[in-house]
Design a protein around this ligand. Structure first.
Ligand SMILES: Nc1nc2c(c(=O)[nH]1)N[C@H]1C(S)=C(S)[C@@H](COP(=O)(O)O)O[C@H]1N2
Ligand SMILES: [Mo]
Length: 317
């Protein structure tokens, strides 16, 4: 685990500009694992200087490939969607405190040559941790910039060797109604499920995240391992995964089951296709005063637009 993240949440008022520059440059080096991102990061405006401060919160001294400053550890870990604990975003953190993510196993099964159940420690040993700063755009029209640690889903899938029949990947969250009181709610079909097309799952951007800011994944963010699909609405990024299944059937997803006309299978971030009850054209970045325009594919179109070249995205939302 890199020590570099540890220096990041320091208030920039407490450090000199030179130190800010150095830690940022170190971070750019570390972030070079994302293809092509290093050059973009290097010419991005300095995040710490260019971002307005809100109510005494100083933005961290580094940013994503578009120059957006990362949200603070505090913001990322105290405003969460995790319905297994609560539908109240501020209540998730306290309610998830006693959740026990150790020991943990992830079963990888279905249409694969080498099905296997991995301990979380096996996964951490097999796949070196990368550091990636991704924007997360919630379907509720707020967003954050989050420095994740993890490894590509593709590297795990390759290890179990999907058969040629496999067309989709299905993900399942742990079911523990004793620890997760929200799972007592009859309004949702537990356990939480999600799915990707196999080409989406194999895309380099798709991350299995095991931590953030260089720390083990906090419970409220989906300990110990969760998906991050940065060009899709946040609900695709399923938390606390216990099962990954390769299949030839398009998986049911929790949100698609609850409200089919509101939450499609694809759920690509798209400012041109409104949610039936609100616009998706702009978003509130947590910690900022003015709204931002939402970017097509959340700004990752260069990497993913080809996946949808033959589709009408207003119909397949
Ligand atoms: N199992 C599970 N995964 C989930 C959710 C959930 O309620 N349960 N919420 C989703 C939604 S709507 C969002 S926006 C993101 C929020 O992730 P964060 O709390 O790390 O920001 O998690 C997604 N993954
Ligand atoms: Mo969300």
């Amino acid at each position: 685990m890199s020590h570099r993240f540890k220096s990041v949440p320091v208030r920039s008022s407490e450090i000199t500009p030179k130190e800010t520059y150095l830690s940022r440059r170190d971070f750019i080096k570390a972030a070079g694992v994302i293809a092509g991102s290093a050059a973009l990061l290097a010419c991005a405006p300095d995040a710490a200087e260019s971002t307005p401060e809100v109510a005494g919160v100083t933005r961290p001294a580094f940013s994503d490939e578009l120059g957006n400053p990362a949200n603070t550890f505090e913001e990322i870990t105290s405003y969460n969607n995790y319905y297994e604990f609560s539908t109240n975003k501020e209540a998730v953190k306290p309610l998830s405190e006693s959740f026990n993510a150790n020991p943990w196993t992830v079963e990888v099964t279905g249409m694969v040559a080498k099905p296997k159940t991995f301990g979380i420690e096996d996964l951490l040993a097999m796949f070196p941790q990368e550091e990636r700063i991704y924007r997360l755009r919630c379907v509720e029209a707020w967003s954050m910039v989050i420095p994740w640690n993890g490894f590509s889903l593709a590297s795990l899938l390759k290890a179990v060797e999907p058969t040629s029949d496999a067309q989709y990947v299905r993900f399942e969250t742990v079911y523990r109604p004793e620890e997760m009181k929200g799972q007592g709610s009859p309004f949702y079909p537990w356990p939480y499920q999600e799915g990707l097309r196999i080409d989406e799952a194999m895309n380099d951007l798709t991350l299995l995240a095991t931590g953030l800011y260089g720390e083990m994944m906090p419970n409220q963010n989906g300990a110990p391992i969760r998906l991050v699909v940065p060009w899709k609405y946040g609900f695709k990024s399923i938390k606390s995964i216990v099962k990954i299944e390769l299949t030839d059937q398009r998986p049911n997803t929790l949100w698609n089951t609850v409200a089919t006309n509101e939450y499609g299978f694809y759920a690509n971030v798209n400012p041109n296709v409104d949610h039936p009850r609100w616009s998706q054209a702009s978003e509130r970045r947590i910690g900022e005063l003015t709204r931002r325009e939402t970017l097509m594919f959340n700004g990752y179109g260069e990497q993913v637009a080809d996946l949808y070249a033959d589709m009408d995205l207003s119909l397949q939302y």
